[in-house]
Design a protein around this ligand. Sequence first.
Ligand SMILES: C[S@@+](CC[C@H](N)C(=O)[O-])C[C@H]1O[C@@H](n2cnc3c(N)ncnc32)[C@H](O)[C@@H]1O
Length: 157
Amino acid sequence: MANDNQFRARTAFVATRGVREYRATIPHVLRPEDVVLEVGCEWGTTTALLAGRAGSVLGTDVSRECVARARVMHPEVEFAALDAFDLRAVLDLGRPFTAVYMDLSGLSGYRGLLDLVALLNAYSAVVAPRVVVVKSGALKDFARRCTAWPAEEEATC
Ligand SMILES: C[S@@+](CC[C@H](N)C(=O)[O-])C[C@H]1O[C@@H](n2cnc3c(N)ncnc32)[C@H](O)[C@@H]1O
């Protein structure tokens, strides 16, 4: 059962709608020393942009065809085939990821919102990056309607 421990992690989540917003975050979010993982890289267009701003970048996709094409289109960037839900495989990469970019088909809409939140919590707990940037209009809408109550001690319920 879920308990308070899963919410003690310090990872920040940035929700974006559409690929333009997703990519527009790069200069605002990334630091030169960041070790970045992109899950759902497709042909590596965003991965190549990330590579220009971070210390190191690995683009990953569940589709081996996408990874093969990404390697041809961006031979200077590193890519690997990987299922974003396979946290064991992510840990086995053995890299201290400080930022994760997440763009998974099927998880950006409202039907995928619960799965996405579960996956974000898993990355926060297991990979523990400083920040996860997600392409999900549904999460962005949800986040916009959330407000953290300003002072915990004021809450009586
Ligand atoms: C919209 S495309 C990504 C576009 C890319 N991020 C960009 O900015 O150019 C979504 C990608 O998610 C990948 N994908 C879907 N489910 C996945 C999973 N479980 N793990 C990893 N990649 C997945 C798909 O193969 C597809 O290439």
